[in-house]
Design a protein around this ligand. Sequence first.
Ligand code: GLN
Length: 192
Amino acid sequence: MKIGVLALQGDFAEHITMLKCLNVTPVEVRLAKQLEGLSGLIIPGGESTTIGKLAVDFGLMEPLRTFGKSQAIWGTCAGAIFLSRDVRRHQPLLSIMDITVERNAFGRQVDSFEADLDIEPLKKATHTSTPYHAVFIRAPFIQSVSGKAKILSALPDGRIVAAQEGKLLATSFHPELTDDLRFHEYFISLAK
Ligand code: GLN
């Protein structure tokens, strides 16, 4: 199975390392033609305005939207912002997932934090029972989900940090910066 990682900006290399551990073939994606033959695509964390501007310049906006109609896409942090319908400011968005997102919602870089999350579908798909230790770096939170999008995980105060809409996945945290492979495993199960 081939899984692409959008490699315009951000921590795509870390996602590629995780995918290699799971015996799928990672493919760096910078051009539309590199989407051919992929079962899924990961959009990494980084800076969502930069990723969006580069995606426009590289002619990737429409090809990515078309790809997301049939294949799995997972956005982590900036990637989740890029997938969303609305961030209440002007920047290029794919707008293919029915979530609205608030950028930098937990504060600045120094306010980055980690938290244990109980994510039932993840535990079920990976046949495990331990909580998921999530890393948040200048993270967005998901303000609302609508339509077919569902909440996958929220913090104890109710702030939504993961959502799913069919084969589309958005997390405000960074599974690629841990050594827990379960989120990547979960995404691969969606892409199958
Ligand atoms: N703060 C970044 C943004 O708004 C996201 C940060 C991240 O991806 N870790 O795009």
